[in-house]
Design a protein around this ligand. Structure first.
Ligand code: CMC
Length: 427
């Protein structure tokens, strides 16, 4: 028998609400009939108890520390797959056959070059602009350059926009870095893998040969895989909400990038490195921890809204972090030693244990990115690059749903009651 929940209260008849079950995870109470039946709304700031949509893309169990993309555990994908294959999986719902993978890779790799006019667009920014400021602007501006794929009611237009975003976001990301550094832009190299090409666009200089180190390419590819999607987080929810209005995909992804920029979301790995710089030395760790416990500031890279156990991505990232530091001979670098000391103390401290605060993926990804030579100001850009596929998969899921409604939350109004206007001379 179908499960229901019955609401009783003053001023309305009993209201029976259906309980819906997904494939995995907690049941949800379908409250669509609530307002009509009770004359009331629900109040849930931060969406702590609210499922905003139905989705088939990613599953998270925060208590058990599980993360599945289309049913596949992240650990298996991180070990056996690569970023572009994961992109295919997130977009189409299945792992590609060898033929599908080759065709998908060819399409993405061959469209990495940008409309040349976008180069001039960059010149409008100040040289000291934050790379995320440029990312938001330039990705949003893609809708001005690729106007032939904006009819979102057509699946083929949506698919072309998806390819364009996947192909061109790394090129834009590398240009943000090169522009800030005053270095010439590098054209993409189609003979390299997606991730190796990104490293080439970032680090290659005209005066030298650049061959990406395979261990470092694999580490970065893994960072991309681990950040590819994370169900209805703040930026993905923003993309879906923007998409629900029928806005074009480039504008929606720009909205996601803007949301990711915040330090409590994508800015966390940048905040981790800033925090390490502020602490400065291992000897200052105990004093810093006292400040955390006194709630003067937070230990960045620790805690998660959903994972109240170890973040499964953090486990994989820690392993990658060890590999990269070993490959680059940085195990004894003071900054990385300081990070490891913080991790050790926090994992054994009752304050963190009681509050279930474990290192999240960004604690380690910040360290790996820094070891790869990527400046701190680019960290959130890398996250945005990797997350573009998650955003666009969710956008596409929303845009393909003919029954979807525009997202429009309600509010609990606590402002002034009605009052009459007072002319300025009488105030
Ligand atoms: N350092 C110290 N105390 C913390 C931290 C932290 N990093 N995170 C949470 N707490 C404490 C907090 O003070 C509160 O204590 P109390 O119960 O005594 O008031 C308790 O833990 C619960 O915190 P909360 O703010 O209610 O938890 P939340 O689920 O709303 O916040 C979070 C999750 C990620 C915003 C938070 O843990 C945080 O600010 N972490 C640092 C920033 C960070 O690393 N963010 C990256 C998240 S992972 C990337 C992503 O998926 O976007």
């Amino acid at each position: 028998m179908a499960k229901t929940v019955t609401l009783q209260g003053e001023g309305f008849e009993n209201v029976e609400l259906p309980v819906l079950s997904g494939t995995l995870g907690q049941d949800v109470i379908d409250i669509r009939a609530l307002s009509k039946g009770t004359g009331m709304f629900t109040f849930d700031p931060g969406f702590v108890s609210t499922a905003s949509c139905e989705s088939k893309i990613t599953f998270i169990d925060g208590e058990k520390g599980l993360l599945y993309y289309r049913g596949y555990p992240i650990e298996q994908l991180a070990e056996h797959s690569d970023y572009l294959e994961v992109c295919y999986l997130l977009i189409y719902g299945e792992l590609p056959t060898a033929e599908q993978k080759a065709e998908f890779t060819k399409i993405v790799v061959e469209h990495t070059i940008l409309h040349e006019q976008i180069t001039s667009f960059f010149k409008g920014f100040r040289r000291d602009a934050h790379p995320m400021a440029m990312m938001v602007g330039v990705v949003g501006a893609l809708s001005a350059f690729y106007q032939d794929s904006l009819d979102i009611s057509q699946p083929r237009h949506r698919e072309i926009a998806i390819f364009r975003l996947l192909s061109k976001v790394p090129t834009i990301a590398a240009m943000c870095y090169r522009y800030e550094k005053g270095l010439p832009f590098n054209y993409p190299r189609n003979d390299l893998s997606y991730t190796a090409n990104f490293m080439h666009m970032m680090f290659s200089v005209p005066s030298e040969n650049y061959e990406p180190n395979p261990v470092l390419v694999r580490a970065l590819d893994r960072i991309f895989m681990l950040h590819a999607d994370h169900e209805q987080n703040a930026s993905t929810s923003t993309v879906r909400l923007a998409g629900s209005s029928g806005a074009n995909p480039f504008a929606c992804i720009a909205a996601g990038i803007a949301t990711l920029w915040g330090p409590l979301h994508g800015g966390a790995n940048e905040a981790v490195l800033k925090m390490l710089d502020e602490i400065g030395d291992v000897s200052k760790v105990p004093e810093f921890m006292e400040g955390v416990k006194a709630k003067k500031y937070r230990l960045m890279g620790f805690g998660h809204r959903v994972y109240k156990n170890m973040d499964p991505r953090a486990k994989i990232m820690k392993q990658t972090c060890d590999e990269v530091l070993r490959e680059l001979g940085l195990e004894n670098d003071p900054k990385f030693k300081l990070a490891m000391e913080l991790e050790k103390i926090a994992l054994n401290d009752p304050y963190f244990i009681e509050k279930k605060l474990y290192p999240n993926v960004d604690f380690y990804s910040g360290i790996v990115l820094s070891a790869l030579g990527i400046p701190v100001s680019m960290f959130t850009v890398i996250f945005a690059l990797a997350r573009t596929v998650g955003w666009i998969s969710h956008w596409n899921e929303g845009a393909s749903d003919a029954s979807a409604k525009i997202g429009r939350p309600r509010q609990l109004y606590t402002g002034e009651s009605r009052r009459d206007f007072v002319p300025v001379e009488k105030r």
